[in-house]
Structures are given as C-alpha cells and as structure tokens.
Design a protein around this ligand. Sequence first.
Ligand code: 3AT
Ligand code: MG
Length: 344
Amino acid sequence: GHHVSSQRVRFQRRTRACRYGIDQFTPNFLSIFDSLVPSREEIAKQEQLLIALGRLINKEWPNSKLYLYGSCANSFGFSNSDVDLCLAIDDKEMSKVDIILKLAEILQAGNLQNIQALTRARVPIVKLMDQDTGLSCDICVNNLLAVVNTKLLRDYAQIDRRLRQLAFIVKHWAKSRRVNETYQGTLSSYAYVIMCIHLLQLRGILPCLQEMDATCNVTVEDNHCAYFDQVDKLKNYGAHNKESVSSLLWAFFHYWAYQHDYMQDVISIRTGRIISKHMKDWTRRVGNDRHLICIEDPFETSHDLGRVVDKFSIKILREEFERAANILQYDANPSVTLFEPYVP
Ligand code: 3AT
Ligand code: MG
C-alpha cells in the first residue's frame, strides 16, 4: 500500500512540474505580445482616417454612419493590420452593390487614391489605400452584426488582460503556421478569439456576459443581441485565478489537441459552456456546412464559425494543435519553436 501511494505521489509531482514548469516562459511570450501590439500613433491614425472618411461620406449621405470593426476596433489587432470599416446606411432604393459603386465615386471625388469596388465578392467592399496615413482599408455596407460582435470582443478584453495576451499569441501562432486562412479551410482570427474567450470562461477568468442582466440591447437582422456591457465593474472577476499566460496557452492547445470531443461538442461563449451538436442539429453535413469543428457565433447562433473547415483542413488543424501542445509540454524553447514558419 505504502509503496504504491508514494509512487503515485512522485508521478503526480513530475507531471505537475512539467505543467507548471511552463511558467518560466511567460516573459518570453509576453515580449512577443508586446512586439505585436500597435503603437498609440498607429491607433490615432486609424481614428483620423475614420473621421476623415466619415466626413466625406456624410456630405453625400447625411444619415449614414461609418464604424470601425474587426481587429482595429476589437483590441485584438496586430500592428500594421488593415482597417475594417462598415458603412451603416438606410436606403431602401439602392442595392448593396449600387451603394458600393456610389461610395467608390464619393471617395474618388474626395481625392482618395487606389480605390477598387469589389462588387462580386461574397461581401462586397470598397478597398482603398490612404496616402496621408499610409493605411489600407476595406469598407463594407450594413454589416452591423460585425460591428456588434466587435464590441463584445472588445468588452471581454477589458475584463482580464490575459485574454488579449493569450489571443495575440494564438493568432501569431495561427498566422505563422498558416492555419488562419479561411479560403484554405482553416479558421478566422475571429474564431480563434472566441476559442480563447471560451477557455477563460471555463477557467473562471471571464464571466459569460450574455448570461448576465443585459445593459446593452440591439436587434440586428432579427438577431437579438443583449449582454452586460458595464465591464469596468468586472475588473477583478478573474483575479482569484493566478494562471500565467504560458500555462493558459498550454491549456488552450492541450484542450484542442486532446480534450475537445470533435464528434459531440460545440463551444459556445453565449452560454459559457460546451453544448451538444445534437441540440443544435449540427450532426450531419448540410450543404457546405460540415460541422467538423463547432464554434457557435455568439449572436448569429445558427452560424458555425467552423463551417469553413473540410475533411482535409480538419486534419491539418488537429495536427497543428497537437504539435503546439507537444512543444509547450516538452520543448526547451517553446516561445521560438511554436512560431517556426510552416514550410510545405
Ligand atoms: P486579423 O487581425 O485581420 O487577422 P480580424 O479581427 O480583423 O483579424 P477577421 O479578419 O477574421 O478578424 O474578421 C474581421 C471582423 O469581421 C471580425 C468580426 O467582427 C467579423 N467576422 C469575421 N468572421 C466572421 C464570421 N464568420 N461571423 C461573423 N462575423 C465575423
Ligand atoms: Mg481584418
């Protein structure tokens, strides 16, 4: 009896040491995070561009409003990323494509350069490069769900700084390993951030804002978006949990490599829990939705952010999750090896 139990203790100590030994790499991961964060000047330039374009467009369409969305507004943007803008306009007479064409004309007349109207894309946009700020930007029309989900992500990021740190490192890994390419069947940056939020909810570091009393209510295209947005009141929410960023990174990859049940489970930040594919009727392929990795959109709940993943890319993704988990478990230099570029 004694012999067995002392062995068990020794075994537990060893695995604990492996697991918590990862903490020593936190400074390395944090300096990678620091190197990716956009500067104050860059943020100011983005704001400046928003104001300048907003003024120009308002002259023609006084009831329109221009919003920043995506990575430059959700606080998960790297330095030098493109600026995503959304024009909200209520014009029953004009189709989206007409609005895009007219918008391109307005910008042209306003002396902006390198304007392209992409009217046949899945999401029609106007692309431009601003000479004054050197920023490239894409403007879409009436994509208000993206404006609302941008705010949700930004609000989550305010609660605990570890979310932003973790998501930057995960995004940097995904870009280095070429698994952040939706047109190749891998996941969007938006999906990776949702995966990070979910992990921190399960560990008690983040609350589930959509399950709390709503202080922010908007209805966009029949989707009722409601959640608690007074996040300055939640600043200490996760403080009892002292896990380091590198330990959370380990947990993230370990979860997606070895713990997630790809047959049954859907991750859902809307509920703060794992829900079943069965409950959502996501158990079989419908059209192009294969549901091989299921990530529920927080507002458009019929939308699986994993829908882009196919039977080839799921293998690639899972191999990358395993590679990352093993590096964090065993590699002597994880903050370097993790980001080694993928070479085909
Ligand atoms: P990068 O830094 O550019 O990689 P990003 O945050 O701009 O990351 P995406 O390019 O993936 O992220 O998407 C831009 C925004 O569009 C983020 C989100 O508000 C919205 N969005 C993206 N994908 C979806 C989706 N599948 N469903 C709903 N909204 C989405
Ligand atoms: Mg983007």
